[in-house]
Ligand binder design. Sequence first.
Ligand SMILES: Cc1cc2nc3c(=O)[nH]c(=O)nc-3n(C[C@H](O)[C@H](O)[C@H](O)COP(=O)(O)OP(=O)(O)OC[C@H]3O[C@@H](n4cnc5c(N)ncnc54)[C@H](O)[C@@H]3O)c2cc1C
Length: 466
Amino acid sequence: MTLFWHRRDLRTIDNAGLDRATAHGSVVPIFCLDDDILQYAGRPRVRFMLEALRDLRKRYRDLGTDLIVVHGDPSVQIPAVAAEYDADTVVWNDDYSGLAQERDESVEDALLSAGFDVDWVQDLVLHEPGSIRTSNGDPYSVFSYYWKKWQDREKESSYACPEADAFVGVSGNPIPGLEELGFEQPDASIPDGTRQAAIDRLRAFIEDPIFSYSDCRDVPAEACTSRLSQDLKFGLVGIREVYEATERAKSSASSSEDRESVREFQRQLAWREFYAQVLTYSPETVTENFKSYTNPISWKRDEDALDAWKRGQTGYPIVDAGMRQLLAEGYMHNRVRMIVASFLTKDLLVDWREGYRWFRDRLVDHDTANDVGGWQWAASTGTDAQPYFRIFNPMTQGERYDPEAQYITEYVEELRNVDAEIIHDWTDLSPTQREANAPAYPAPIVDHAARREAAIAMFERARADD
Ligand SMILES: Cc1cc2nc3c(=O)[nH]c(=O)nc-3n(C[C@H](O)[C@H](O)[C@H](O)COP(=O)(O)OP(=O)(O)OC[C@H]3O[C@@H](n4cnc5c(N)ncnc54)[C@H](O)[C@@H]3O)c2cc1C
């Protein structure tokens, strides 16, 4: 008998580890609610995960078995379940954050010392961290070179769902609710966490929006991206099946522009794998800057500004729209994530780690590798990051990517009846003009031009004698 331990792979189809488990013997599937991981998890994310777990359980029941759900320290719980079911081997899919690696080592030690075998495979990405290297054998720190090799590498095919007779008929225990785990219900509206909903999102995207992805991915009002991030985070879809769907789209594309657009989407999948690789080889970057400066960066402690940023009350319309989308939906458009992250670090001069913590708490799709990668890119502390002197102007960004202010007015109610032109001029208006147009919307909390100079000076002090 074999235990298959689910973690970030809440599906039965295209699951490399589950497929491997069936080769060892009849399978009992298990999931462990791990307090060490839950302590860093926000309620929108946990709510999504619990729904995905309930849905996974239904799938297993259709296959004549059940999902065993335990709660506690996995290095105690997994060996206990292995003993209860008299398993020989425990199988799982590899995961790459420092916390995940530590957990897996301690579970492996506990299992081996209790006389069980362990086996794990790579499933989360198409190209395992470390499999794409420079000619010197180092992991890449520049994305463009990594991407070139990533595209050329052959990709593994997706895995079918195992047949019902691959499983042992067991009956599982109840899955706890959010409150039982100590979380309040989130205020944000959370996407449907079922496998069917994830597949519907993938199909809807592949059918048409993928062909205009290149042109519209930066326009938040168009909402034309895949919205698969939470599904990739928790593994409601497998990366191979996503990639195969994109390849089918590429073959059916009617023009070279359409094919190029599919490639642009695949490039984002490669960013995800690039950041997984960065985290694997530099796990300390969850808390430390990837790029070291000679002197510490003198980030500003400014609780009021941080609070205004979190609540979407900075007086910079595109920033506030993004932060309010995050509060309302547990999601934010990528371009806007870049703008708000730049604003926090370069306009408010606040440490990227504060922003990372807030995103970790609020994003349904929070993924350590992508979140740290995105923050360190914006803060100019990351690998292949935005240079510290190239600072986004949040007003120009708003005007360029949301010219009609459709996205802004969707989330910033106080600006709903204000002309786009006035919205994009908000920071240059006089107090009287602001009062006349949107009395309830705040004045800008900082002056961008002055803060831009201050940010450059802050980084130049940090790199003095570099
Ligand atoms: C400051 C900051 C924080 C971020 N935090 C996260 C996070 O916690 N989790 C997360 O999944 N993404 C994160 N991203 C990357 C990106 O914003 C989201 O993946 C994307 O907005 C999700 O929407 P989508 O699924 O519609 O994306 P699509 O554009 O449809 O992209 C498809 C998939 O590719 C991957 N992807 C896309 N863009 C990136 C990127 N820049 N870096 C790495 N992978 C990418 C994601 O898995 C995404 O689901 C962050 C970006 C920034 C700038």
